[in-house]
Design a protein around this ligand. Structure first.
Ligand code: NAP
Length: 270
């Protein structure tokens, strides 16, 4: 009789900006797939506690971690804290937290560019680097069980000049996906996930959002749960490395001269 094999440890995911909107949806999809959740938040403490209760109702563990990710040096501390709480480095990091502030080429400031770059690009890259560092220090590569998913935006595949600093920060992150997958192999797979419009943001009204959310090939609003399912799919599919999934109802194939929230009001979507 062969000796019984030890069960694999429960996998854990660190999701940044987990308390609300897409971060919450991603956290719940991982919990439904049997993962424990390390849920990062910054200000949304009550929403983070509600997420924790919902994950625990699904039978999974959920730890809450607070950090300001506009300080990229916070990245290593956050990962260390997450690893201590879980008892090992997380099997996946989802870099979901981001800032999205309106500007254009004329109004973009050095401070705004740097703030978008820090939160939306430098911190995600450093978190991924730190995970690979921890794993390389700890032993053997895991055959693709560890991954990082950088949440991007369909905008990086479908440019227009609005939200200039935000778009620059996401373009830099998008261009880093293949480079970082090469740099961190074989310890960590790195992939991108580009959603389309899912939630009302910035100055949008509900009426504007309802029209804008149908400007895609399906002419239907994008379901954030499907975007979240794609993130879990990346985390659970070792064959994927250095690539980006576009989960946007085909929005990236509908070119517009302006951001969709402005285009629908200016008659640019016909
Ligand atoms: N919304 C859309 O329709 C859309 C479309 C395409 C792509 N995306 C991308 O999808 C992801 C999620 O979008 P979303 O609209 O759900 O995001 P969101 O609500 O704008 O932001 C997610 C979270 O990011 C956290 N955050 C922001 N700045 C932070 C900082 N300095 N330190 C720590 N946390 C910080 C906030 O946490 P607290 O609330 O706890 O402070 C916030 O709840 C983003 O990467 C976004 O670029 C979104």
């Amino acid at each position: 009789m062969s000796a019984p094999t030890a069960p694999l440890p429960v996998r854990a995911v660190l999701v940044t900006g987990a308390a609300r909107r897409l971060g919450r949806e991603i956290s719940l999809q991982f919990a439904r797939a049997g993962w424990d959740v390390l849920a990062h938040y910054r200000h949304a403490e009550a929403e983070a506690q509600a997420l924790q209760a919902d994950v625990e109702r699904l039978g999974r563990r959920c730890h809450l971690l607070r950090a300001d990710l506009a300080q990229p040096e916070a990245a290593c501390g956050l990962l260390r804290q997450a690893s201590t709480l879980h008892g090992a480095p997380p099997h996946c990091i989802v870099n979901n937290a981001s800032i999205f502030e309106a500007d254009d080429a004329r109004s973009a400031s050095a401070a705004g560019l740097m703030q978008h770059f820090a939160t939306n690009c430098a911190t995600p890259l450093l978190l991924a680097n730190a995970l690979a560092g921890l794993l390389a220090a700890g032993g053997q590569p895991s055959g693709g069980r560890h991954s990082v998913v950088h949440v991007l935006d369909q905008k990086v595949h479908n440019l227009n000049p609005d939200y200039f600093s935000y778009t620059v920060s996401k373009l830099a992150l998008a261009q880093s996906v293949a480079l970082q997958a090469q740099a961190l192999a074989p310890w960590v797979r790195v992939c991108g996930l580009s959603p389309g419009l899912m939630y009302l943001s910035g100055p949008q009204t509900q009426d504007n959002f309802e029209r804008a959310s149908r400007v895609n090939l399906l002419r239907e609003p994008l379901d954030p749960a499907q975007v979240a399912r794609c993130v879990v799919f990346i985390a659970e599919t070792p064959a994927l490395s250095g690539t980006t999934l576009q989960a946007d109802n085909g929005q990236h194939l509908v070119p517009l001269a302006r951001d969709v929230m402005f285009a629908v009001d200016e008659g640019l979507t016909r």
